[in-house]
Design a binder for this molecule. Structure first.
Ligand code: NAD
Length: 477
């Protein structure tokens, strides 16, 4: 299958004529090719977006824009099964997880369709011979650099909000996971999105991604991916003063006090690290457990890890393959450190006998007694690897929780109401879940980080502010 760029509602090959392979992570086999875009393709997409912004799309009344996005959300729901099949094959996501992503994609468009005509400004008291008002205006042309872990969800949360706010979008999906988004573009065209409102150029980060972040006619960039690349994108955007939203992952802690309801929490902790094979920016990848219940938690969680099934996406296992060989090797390099500093493997899951040899598999792994400062407790592994860390006091738990360069999400497990409030306020994190954990979920919930997890907020109504700029109008009379 040959997939082309989507520019101005047309399917166009890369101007260089070059293409990149599309690989199925479950078996490592090639099943298609995507366009390898460069500067010229990105430039064409940005011009198409600018024309749309200055034309049919930019001039559309909010209520009409809202209706169009409702139609798109309904069409995405109608195509949810097909989109899930595409995403599952392209990313190696177990089919049930891909279905959840397809539903979330539709839900993002539903949520933002409803938000379009509720984005009010304010009037500001000033001397009596003035009327002062604020107006929320779109940035203009927004760039969206999407990673491979949740293409549909991350597209939904950033492009959904950007379109709702009235921007025209240029999207650069990750080279490892593009196909579902090209299908979304086809659906958007079918429901009547004006040409140029949405454009998608596939290609490599160093080429198409770099061209998009450096393009002088891009007014805002939304980036999700690694801290290193995020910094490069922000620096490129700074050259033309474009604001950036960065969502860069984390090392999110689950903090478990001895009064927690452990029984009901165990499957949540497991899911928070094996969902999407641990390739989730808000994966609960550190488990901080109060020493009084540490041995009990480790014994019970070990049983759950051992019972997990890893295998090809189509079989709907608990854990699918990682996205590519590089990611699998990266995770295995981290696991090569386990004998250091008293760290041991407490439990591992099993690989299905029928998992194709060419697939990029890593079984879920529970590590015990990881010192809080060790690399395995500090860096984002981005695989199904959970680092368990015992602690004694609340102060120590807070120090460990806040002791990484990240701050994206945290799970707090305790029945003590005062501690819930106290800890939630002090933990350095964009989101805090108390006695639950919603890794990646919650269309309505503002999401983003601090420190190396990035800055800016997406999701929820908050994203509507991020994809607009505020104008103050002072009228003297
Ligand atoms: P990456 O940050 O390099 O890639 C993310 C996106 O950025 C992709 O679309 C890529 O094509 C693009 N990109 C790459 N280089 C670019 C550049 N110079 N300019 C503009 N865009 C560029 O991530 P990766 O190399 O695919 O993965 C490496 C690590 O990043 C992972 O192991 C994981 O730790 C982290 N990661 C985090 C997330 C997240 O959701 N926070 C997502 C993907 C990867």
């Amino acid at each position: 299958m040959i997939y082309k760029n989507f520019i101005g509602n047309q399917w166009i090959s890369a101007m260089s004529g070059q293409a990149l392979p599309v690989i199925d992570p479950s078996d490592g086999q090639l099943y298609g090719e995507i366009a390898r875009s460069g500067d010229a393709d990105i430039d064409a997409a940005v011009r198409a977006a600018r024309n749309a912004y200055e034309g049919a799309w930019g001039n559309m009344a909010p209520a009409e824009r809202s209706r169009l996005l409702w139609r798109l959300s309904a069409a995405l729901l109608d195509h949810a099964d097909e989109l899930a099949q595409i995403e599952s094959r392209d990313t190696g996501k177990p089919i049930r997880q891909a279905q959840a992503d397809a539903m979330a994609l539709a839900r993002y468009f539903e949520f933002y369709a409803g938000a379009v005509d509720k984005l009010h400004g304010a009037t500001i008291p000033y001397p009596n011979n003035f009327t002062v008002l604020t107006v929320r205006e779109p940035h203009g042309v927004t760039g969206h650099i999407v990673p491979w872990n949740y293409p549909m969800q991350i597209f939904g949360r950033s492009v959904g909000a950007a379109l709702a706010a009235g921007n025209a979008c240029v999207v650069k999906p990750a080279e490892d996971a593009c196909v579902s988004l090209l299908k979304v573009a086809e659906i958007a065209m079918e429901v009547g999105l004006p040409a140029g409102a949405l454009n998608i150029c596939t290609g490599l980060g160093m080429e198409a991604g770099a061209a998009l972040s450096a393009h002088p006619d891009i007014d805002h960039i939304s980036f999700t991916g690694s801290p290193q690349t995020g910094k490069q994108v922000a620096m490129a955007a700074a050259a033309h003063y474009a604001p950036v939203t960065l969502e860069l992952g984390g090392k999110s802690p689950q903090i478990v006090f001895s009064d927690a309801d452990i029984e009901s929490a165990l499957p949540v902790w497991l899911n928070a690290i094996i969902q999407n094979a641990g390739q989730t920016c808000s994966a609960g990848s550190r488990l901080l457990v109060q020493r009084a219940v540490y041995a009990d938690v480790m014994a019970r969680l070990s049983e759950l890890f051992q019972a997990t099934r890893t295998g090809p996406a189509g079989d709907d296992p608990d854990c699918g393959p990682l996205i590519n060989a590089r990611q699998r090797d990266r995770v295995q390099d981290y696991l090569g450190m386990v004998d250091e500093a008293g760290i041991t493997i407490a439990a591992q899951g099993k690989l299905d006998a029928n998992a194709p040899k060419g697939g990029f598999y890593q079984v879920p792994t529970l590590l015990s007694d990881v010192p809080p400062g060790h690399t395995l407790a500090q860096e984002e592994i981005f695989g199904p690897v959970l680092a368990a860390i015992p602690f004694d006091t609340e102060d120590e738990a807070l120090r460990i929780a806040n002791g990484t360069p990240f701050g994206l999400a945290a799970g707090l497990w305790t029945a003590d109401g005062a501690r819930q409030m106290r800890f939630a306020r002090k933990v350095r994190s964009g989101q805090v879940f108390v006695n639950n954990y919603g890794a990646g979920g919650g269309v309505e919930l503002p999401f983003g980080g601090t420190g190396q997890s990035g800055y800016g907020r997406e999701k929820g109504f908050e994203a509507m502010y991020g994809f607009t700029t505020l104008k103050t109008i002072a009228i003297k009379h």
